[in-house]
Design a protein around this ligand. Structure first.
Ligand code: G4F
Length: 322
């Protein structure tokens, strides 16, 4: 039985990855940070499951990471934990850097010293590209990194230190560069779930308006379930390498909002107002990923389209809000 170790196991991706790996017959270990409301730790994942072992842990607690990895001796390590909200990274830049940058280094150190035969996956992000776009309007593995947020800057460090450890210590350490990926499990302060939840509340007469920031940013939105399959393919490639994971389709926040409201027979213009509180000091204007290397190497293709992703989220909130 293969063993996986996942940081961020109770996040959107961590929970889907856990379900995917348990389905493949893995023994899954994960860490959660201590929270004063323990119920929050199981909001996305049923913790009492066969072959699933969850411990308290933190990317900033290197000795704890070392102890866990020494005892578990995993075959695969997935570093998915992060302060994952880009706008909030402007409010807590140092915490973001400590967790997303130094946290990755702490985990790499624990891995190198306790189980260097394991494979390591770093959750890298399209936010690292920042303002960089190729002349054909895509970002790919070779696109320069010009981040526009403390989150993006910290992720660039984690990406580079993963590559550096791979070369320096001959480790099987890889990066998946994931473009935005959503699902009903997405936090409701990210724009897709925020829009869907608010639109359903308005539809059901429980809210009047939706306040948003910049509606003219473009994102390449896929489904988290499709992207965790890609993570497993990337870490298990015979050569340690880095891959972009994206749909190749880009929509503006405005287009996404229009789609959601019109699915509910409403016009978004009647309900959406801009609140400067949701604008960012520096915005990343455009993302569209070229994942042809991933598709060619592993025959990966996403099962969800932009429309089926948004429809699933609408259906989820229609069931939740009675
Ligand atoms: O949903 P978002 O907050 O996602 P963002 O900033 O693109 O980051 C996500 O994707 C990254 C991959 O590129 C991940 F690395 C990261 O962890 C996270 O998962 O915002 C998307 C867009 C932005 O342009 C933002 O300015 O939506 C715009 N937006 C407009 N109004 C808003 C709002 N975003 C949020 N969260 N809330 C708003 O009211």
């Amino acid at each position: 039985m293969k063993k996986a170790f996942i940081t961020g196991i109770n996040g959107q991706d961590g929970s889907y990855l856990t379900e995917y790996l348990l389905g493949l017959g893995y023994e899954v270990h994960g860490i959660v940070r201590r929270n004063s409301v323990p119920e929050h730790q199981q909001s996305r994942i049923e913790l009492a499951r066969e072959n699933l072992h969850v411990s308290y842990g933190d990317l900033l607690d290197t000795s704890g990471l070392y102890k866990l990895l020494s005892n578990i001796q995993p075959d695969e390590i997935y570093n998915l934990a992060a302060q994952s909200h880009v706008r909030i990274s402007f409010d807590v830049p140092q915490f973001t850097a400590q967790t997303n940058a130094l946290g990755a280094l702490n985990l790499l150190e624990a891995y190198r010293n306790s189980c260097p035969q394991a494979k390591y996956y770093q959750a890298s992000s399209s936010e690292m590209f920042g303002t960089s776009v190729e002349s054909d309007n895509y970002q790919r593995e070779t696109t320069p990194l010009k981040p526009t947020s403390p989150y993006g800057c910290a992720k660039v460090f984690a990406y580079n230190i993963t590559r550096n450890y791979r070369k320096s210590y001959n480790l099987h350490a890889v990066n998946g560069i994931l473009f935005n990926h959503e699902s009903p499990r997405r936090g409701s302060n990210f724009v897709t779930n925020k829009v869907v939840k608010a639109a359903v509340l308005i539809k059901k007469g429980k809210a009047d308006i939706l306040e948003l920031g910049n509606m003219d940013a473009y994102r390449d939105w896929g489904h988290s379930k499709d992207y965790v399959r890609a993570m497993h393919m990337i870490i298990n490639h015979d050569i340690a390498d880095d891959f972009v994971v994206a749909t190749g389709e880009s929509h503006s926040v405005r287009e996404m909002t229009e789609y959601v409201f019109s699915k509910l027979d409403m016009n978004y213009k009647d309900y959406v107002v801009q609140n400067p509180k949701f604008l960012r000091p520096e915005e990343l204007p455009y993302l569209r990923g070229d994942s042809s290397r991933l598709r060619k190497t592993f025959n990966w293709t996403p099962e969800y389209t932009f429309e089926s992703l948004m429809d699933e989220m609408i259906e989820f909130w229609m069931q939740q809000i009675k």
